[in-house]
Design a protein around this ligand. Structure first.
Ligand SMILES: *[C@@H]1O[C@H](CO)[C@@H](O)[C@H](O)[C@H]1NC(C)=O
Ligand SMILES: *[C@@H]1O[C@H](CO)[C@@H](O)[C@H](O)[C@H]1NC(C)=O
Ligand SMILES: *[C@@H]1O[C@H](CO)[C@@H](O)[C@H](O)[C@H]1NC(C)=O
Ligand SMILES: *[C@@H]1O[C@H](CO)[C@@H](O)[C@H](O)[C@H]1NC(C)=O
Ligand SMILES: *[C@@H]1O[C@H](CO)[C@@H](O)[C@H](O)[C@H]1NC(C)=O
Length: 496
């Protein structure tokens, strides 16, 4: 039963959401975001970041000219001008599906490189996320309001805001470079392609722009997660793979014991809650398989996949597979050592990611299946079931071909080699989203930087004293390429 119709979406990090009313559990992972162990309303949640907050009066609808399109909402953006000189470059982070402060706090790369370029740093929040909700608390009420949440409106917001900002700074000739990770990376790449007069180049990190419309095999995401664990230890992969049958053999009467064993805060109502909880730990840990200690969704040690597998490999041989897998998952949920018990069912949305469900149900259709090569129980994807769920939840059906119609993606090398320029597609092969990203050089200025040991937008994270050489090298190469775009731009300007 319960074929997990798992369509997953992720970008920056990952976040798992169950659409409550769907019969099968439908999980959504975001390409960029993780859930943090901090509880809602925790004051510490607001990261301390060296940015000033501003609000820009933005147009609700850029593409129609009905009176209601002119409704204004306040779009949040963050500014750091401490290194900036007039005329120097403007680096814009194209915000993705969550609070912009959180992305700013996790994109230390821009702060690290700003001094070298005397760059102004701008982080723009994506409409319908964080504080940039056009209809306030009612923004997610129905398709009537959510209809204005889509990637094309978001790109237009960025363009309008950048134009206004440059004008206000009297720095219209400043070159703009856009940056983004995960969904934000997709937006950065698309922004360069759609608004070449506004951005001279884009760094699109872990941007799965090929995860649509069957361009990348549907099973690739979970195959990649599994490969990470297999590479860490074959035994670990096999133990995880065979733990699911142990879990499935637990009857309704066994749920109390399972809840105790899993140190659940509240008794779980189904084994599928436990399964999803384990599943999420493995997926996010693969995404966050960073070479140094990190705290994106949750605090994790360096190379956490290896650490999880160590727990499995070194546990006593008498322990059940399920208990070993639980101990491994606890590394993800309790590396902080601060959890008294685990919330297996009531996850909190600390970074404001829930708008992604709407995007997944309309334009961001990324079907995912689980193949028999993976360490997860195989499952298929039914487009009809998925579309029916969306209809039930939002009253609209997905447009599964829209993204490739609007932005392309099919035969991308052939299409872009004679059209696009100045985009870096950076990826880490540990990141399961990398398989839906651009991994090959397309032309001299459409460059793929691939780090075998990198994870989800590792390059955008702040530099640390413990960074491995390959990461230092990757960032250095990015800086050199961006430097070239900028000097070409100034040279062209002089010659005019
Ligand atoms: C530019 O200035 C105008 C007028 O003061 C203001 O309304 C607008 O928000 C400013 N633009 C930005 C991007 O802050
Ligand atoms: C994974 O588990 C399933 C079910 O127990 C089993 O049929 C399959 O052979 C296992 N695959 C691997 C590679 O261990
Ligand atoms: C989390 O880790 C701490 C320290 O090891 C431990 O005392 C606590 O029981 C753990 N929490 C859970 C839910 O396992
Ligand atoms: C695994 O899937 C492949 C392709 O779907 C199929 O050909 C193969 O028979 C399957 N193997 C097992 C052991 O089920
Ligand atoms: C793409 O070209 C750059 C040099 O411009 C090189 O460093 C990089 O390794 C190439 N990427 C791939 C995936 O071959």
């Amino acid at each position: 039963m319960a074929s997990l119709s798992s369509f997953l979406l992720l970008l920056i990090l990952l976040f798992a959401i169950t659409l409550a009313s769907s019969a099968a559990s439908v999980k959504t992972y975001f390409p960029g975001i993780f859930q943090s162990s901090l509880k809602k309303n925790d004051k510490n949640l607001k990261p301390k970041i060296p940015y000033e907050t501003h609000y820009f009066p933005q147009n609700l609808d850029h593409f129609t000219f009905q009176p209601k399109s002119y409704k204004i909402f306040y779009q949040k953006y963050l500014l750091n001008s401490q290194y900036w000189q007039k005329g120097a470059p403007i680096f814009v982070y194209t915000g993705n599906e969550g609070d912009i402060d959180w992305f700013a706090a996790n994109t230390g790369f821009l702060l690290d490189i700003a001094p070298k370029f005397h760059a102004l740093l701008v982080f723009i929040e994506h409409r319908f996320y964080g504080e940039s909700k056009p209809f306030g608390k009612n923004s997610y009420k129905s398709a009537k309001t959510l209809g204005y949440l889509n990637s094309q409106q978001a790109l237009a917001d960025f363009a309008v805001l950048i134009r206004s900002l440059k004008q206000n700074l009297s720095s219209e000739t400043s070159p703009v470079v856009v940056f983004g990770g995960s969904y934000g990376g997709m937006l950065a790449a698309w922004f360069r392609l759609k608004y070449p007069h506004t951005a001279i180049g884009a760094l699109a990190s872990s941007a799965p722009i090929l995860q649509f419309d069957g361009i990348t095999p549907w099973s690739s995401f979970y195959d990649a997660v599994s490969q990470d664990f297999k590479d860490a230890s074959l035994n670990c992969y096999e133990v995880i793979n065979s733990s699911w049958t142990e879990l499935e053999s637990i009857s309704k009467e066994g749920l109390a014991e399972l809840s105790r064993d899993f140190r659940a805060c509240k008794k779980v109502s189904s084994i599928y809650s436990a399964r999803d909880w384990l599943w999420e730990a493995f997926v996010y840990t693969a995404m966050m398989n960073y070479p140094t200690e990190s705290n994106f969704m949750k605090p994790l040690p360096a190379y956490p996949v290896k650490e999880m597998c160590k727990i499995i490999d070194e546990s006593s041989p008498g322990a059940s597979k399920l208990s070993r897998v639980f101990e491994a998952a606890s590394l993800y949920y309790n590396y902080s050592q601060a959890e008294k018990c685990f919330e297996l069912e009531d996850e909190t949305d600390d970074h404001g990611l829930s708008g992604w469900n709407w995007q997944a149900c309309t334009e961001m259709v990324m079907p995912m299946t689980v193949s028999n090569k993976s360490m997860f129980p195989p499952s298929s994807f039914s487009y009809k079931e998925f579309a029916d769920d969306c209809m039930k939840n939002y009253g609209v059906r997905p447009r599964q071909h829209w993204i490739t119609t609007e932005f392309g993606g099919k035969n991308i090398e052939q299409v872009l080699k004679r059209f696009g320029s100045n985009i870096i597609f950076s990826n880490g092969l540990q990141d399961p989203w990398s398989r839906g990203s651009v991994l090959k050089n397309i032309s001299g200025s459409l460059v793929a930087l691939v780090a075998e040991k990198g994870a989800h937008h590792t390059d955008l994270r702040p530099a640390t004293g413990k960074d491995p050489d390959w990461l230092i090298e990757q960032r250095k190469q990015e800086v050199e390429i961006i430097h070239k775009w900028i000097s070409d731009y100034y040279l062209d300007m002089k010659q005019e």
